[in-house]
Write a protein that binds this ligand. Structure first.
Ligand code: V47
Ligand code: SF4
Length: 382
């Protein structure tokens, strides 16, 4: 935001000071982050976040070609916001895939230039550490170059405790079997009081952070999410991001921060209204401003919808995840915008070009696979 070129007399002095700090590349404090949530307009945080994104990633917007496997939707935990846990209580519509069935899914993509498989699901009491190690080995044997991004800290915590191994030993065992990186799920909101109300029986904040810290130490990168727009307040969002920023200062192992908007269909928090798009975009923008040590900010388009994901590119977001075939149920079941989430590469490229950005296909670690800078925009908006 070029403060010299706009009329600033109506901007609060605190906001001017924050903008100046950010423009000088300085880190904002928790109180300043909170001030942005409480007093800044969407336009203000948006243009500040946009400037940071531009400095970090230029005109590039990343996406990757991936598919999902959900080994099961049975889950021993009872997160209030999750449509799965409700399902488990009713013992309805549960599925459990065998290794052969999951390998069959992998084989469907044999002739496609997919670079990543994202494996995440419920926590099934019968699927243990050895089962998952065998799964990873089977995938790697079939397609060695496929990057395996697998299991949230929630799943790790359960399988390691059950196998009576330390986090380090468990992770080493799975790395040996083929694990390449860790997705960001299960973080929800770290604040103990809120966590107790929305997901009190799964891994706590300390456990989640320990698993990611250990993974980073072992050379395995990861992502981090934040479930927002339910019973938490702005202080809790800032507290969540502070814990991540501190860990990132120590390890630099996080690639991407992914805010996940709470969806209220078919879960035990259905009475809570969903946040507005203004609130969602503000949260993206403030995350971009506050998390100065995270290289990337991702809008998960199946949850947000493709049009809002496109809009988020002007609020600090530089990544819209993958092409994702119709294999992710946790969101569609909770009322996500996209009931059959799948976008072709052409669709994703066009969506990014319409926002006047350069689409870049990346691998999981943000190495560029294809840059679409010179690809003409084919849509009517050309
Ligand atoms: O942790 C469950 C969320 C997450 C709801 O790392 C819900 O690249 C909103 O973490 N409303 C798992 N969210 C998914 C996840 C993820 C997704 C995409 C990419 C990556 C990555 C990670 O799904 C859970 C939980 O926060 N979730 N129910 C709901 N009703
Ligand atoms: Fe289980 Fe994850 Fe759903 Fe919680 S969010 S009930 S841990 S599948």
């Amino acid at each position: 935001m070029d403060l010299a070129n706009i009329s600033t007399h109506h901007i609060k002095p605190e906001l001017k000071a924050i903008a100046q700090k950010v423009q000088e590349g300085k880190r904002i404090t928790d109180e300043e982050g909170l001030f942005l949530f409480e007093h800044a307009s969407l336009g203000f945080v948006g243009s500040l976040a946009n400037e940071i994104r531009q400095k970090k990633n230029g005109d590039k917007v990343f996406f990757n070609r991936n598919f999902h496997i959900e080994p099961t939707n049975v889950c021993v935990f009872s997160c209030q916001f999750c449509a799965y846990s409700k399902l488990y209580a009713k013992r309805e519509e549960g599925w459990e895939l065998s290794i052969d069935q999951m390998l069959h899914i992998v084989k469907k993509y044999d002739n496609q230039p997919i670079t990543e498989v994202h494996i995440v699901g419920g926590v099934h009491p019968k699927m243990n550490l050895q089962f998952f190690a065998d799964l990873l080995k089977a995938i790697k044997t079939h397609r060695p170059a496929l990057h395996i991004k697998a299991f949230t800290a929630v799943e790790y915590d359960y399988m390691f405790r059950k196998a009576k191994v330390s986090v380090e030993a468990g992770l080493k065992f799975l790395i040996e079997a083929g694990l390449n990186s860790i997705p960001g799920g299960g973080a929800e909101i770290f604040d103990e009081e809120i966590r107790q109300k929305i997901c009190d029986d799964k891994v706590d904040a300390k456990g989640w952070l320990e698993i990611h810290e250990t993974a980073h130490r072992l050379g395995v990168p990861s992502n981090a999410t934040m479930l927002f727009g339910h019973i938490e307040n702005y202080r809790h969002r800032i507290d969540h991001m502070r814990r991540l920023r501190e860990l990132q200062d120590r390890t630099h192992g996080f690639n991407t921060f992914i805010p996940l908007k709470f969806r209220n269909k078919d879960n035990d928090m259905s009475h809570i209204p969903e946040s507005s798009i203004t609130e969602d975009l503000k949260t993206y923008a403030i995350a971009r401003i506050y998390l100065d040590n995270f290289p990337h900010l991702k809008a998960y388009w199946p949850m947000l919808g493709r049009q809002n994901a496109q809009l988020s590119l002007s609020f600090g977001v530089d990544d819209i995840d993958g092409t994702i075939d119709d294999t992710t149920k946790i969101y569609s079941m909770a009322g996500a915008e996209e009931q059959t989430p799948s976008m072709t590469t052409d669709e994703i490229v066009t969506l990014i070009q319409q926002a006047k950005r350069i689409p870049v296909e990346r691998d999981t670690l943000y190495n560029e696979i294809k840059n679409y800078a010179t690809t003409p925009l084919t849509s009517i908006e050309n």
